[in-house]
Every structure is written in C-alpha cells, then in structure tokens.
Design a protein around this ligand. Sequence first.
Ligand SMILES: [Zn+2]
Length: 249
Amino acid sequence: MAQAFEIRGNLCNLCGYQGPDFQLRGHSHPVLYEQEVIGSQRRPVDCPKCKSSDRDRLCFSFLQSTWRPSPNPQILHIAPEKSLSQRILQLLEEKKGGENWAHFQYLGLDKRTGLYRYPSWVQRGDILRLPYDDQSLDLIIANHVLEHIRDLTTALQELQRVLKPNSLLIAQVPWAQKLEISSLSPSVNRLSRAFWQRKNHGQYDHQWLFGQDLIHLMAKENYRAQFWKEPEASSLCVNTLEALMVYKN
Ligand SMILES: [Zn+2]
C-alpha cells in the first residue's frame, strides 16, 4: 500500500488563492493504493476558493508557460472544468492581444451537459462522433475522460481525425504505476460492471485503469507522448509525481 503523491506549494494559479486550506479530493479504495494510482488517491489539493484540482493547475501551468499556439487557434475542451476553462479563456484573450490574432475559437463539449450544469457555450456531443471537420483543431484538452470510454480506439481515431497535423492532445488520466498492462473491465451487465470497476479500477464508472503500457496504447493510434512536469520548485499545490500527459499527433 503506497502513497502516489507528493504535494508541494500553496498557490492557485487559476484564482490567486494562497494559503494552507487546500481540501481533500479523490478516493481511498484499496486498489488505488495497491496499484499506486497517480491522480486518484485521496489528497489535499482542491483550491478552497475556485475548487480547482492539482491537475487543473498543472494543465494551466503548461498552457501558460510552454504552449505556443499558432495564430487564430481552434481549441476544443472536452468536459471543461469550470475554473480552468474560465482561466484559459482569459489566457486566450491575453495572447490574442499580445500577438495580434484576429480571433480564436474555444469550444466545449460533453456527453452529459445536463448532469454537470455547464454554461451554454458547452455543446452536447459524443467523443465517438465529434461534430467538427477533419483537421480543424489545434489543441484538444480531455482530462480524466479516456478512462470512461470503452471504445478507446474509436475515440482516439476520432480525436486524431479532427486535429490538424502536429497539434496537441492533453489527455490526463489516472495512471497505475504498478500495473503492467492496462485493464478494461469485462463485458457484463451495467450493475455488475459498476461493482467490478469500483473494486478493480477504484471508481464505479472507470472502464479503464491505465498502466505502464499507456504510451504504447497511444502510440498505436499515432500519438507521440511529450509528458511535461512542473519544475521541481513548484508553488502550485500539485502532485510532483504527476506529469501532464501531452501528446503530439
Ligand atoms: Zn483557486
């Protein structure tokens, strides 16, 4: 049973909060500790002010410091996290002003728009049939999405179809350090599967638990991993063991 996090820092780069009161997030099912799952264990990382998570702050830190968008970028954010997406929109406005783009497009999509009470800019849609043209997007963000998608190959091909060549996919997933081969739950009825997934994947709705072969699974669909870590001296209350899963297509 091992802990898969080392949290450093006390600053939120999304809302500016700084302090000691980051709140608990995550789960404590035994499998998450047996498999040392990064990104799922219970840990004190939720911002008390804007509710952002460690991975939201890691993602924004990458976009702010390292991402070099082409002019007039087209961006899709699947299942957009509230404070992260608000801050990305702000960043795009800043970059547009600084680099004299004419425009940008920031699209939101989720299968269950009703359930999560998204703002109206988030469109209802399915990752298996994206409502966008071939090679039309410069960046796709889909954090903690792929582990919910049973037909992973179709989803990855669909994301590949809408991305322009040499563009970026940011696709953070819970990652089991001890698991050699990624696990897909058995094809049984919905209720049995939910129980099975809770016990074996640590969450009732996680069809997948990704393991050491994740980079190869992605490479099979022509995504090249370019994982990114916040520098050691991070101040952002992030898990220093967690890399941001960035891929180039
Ligand atoms: Zn915050």
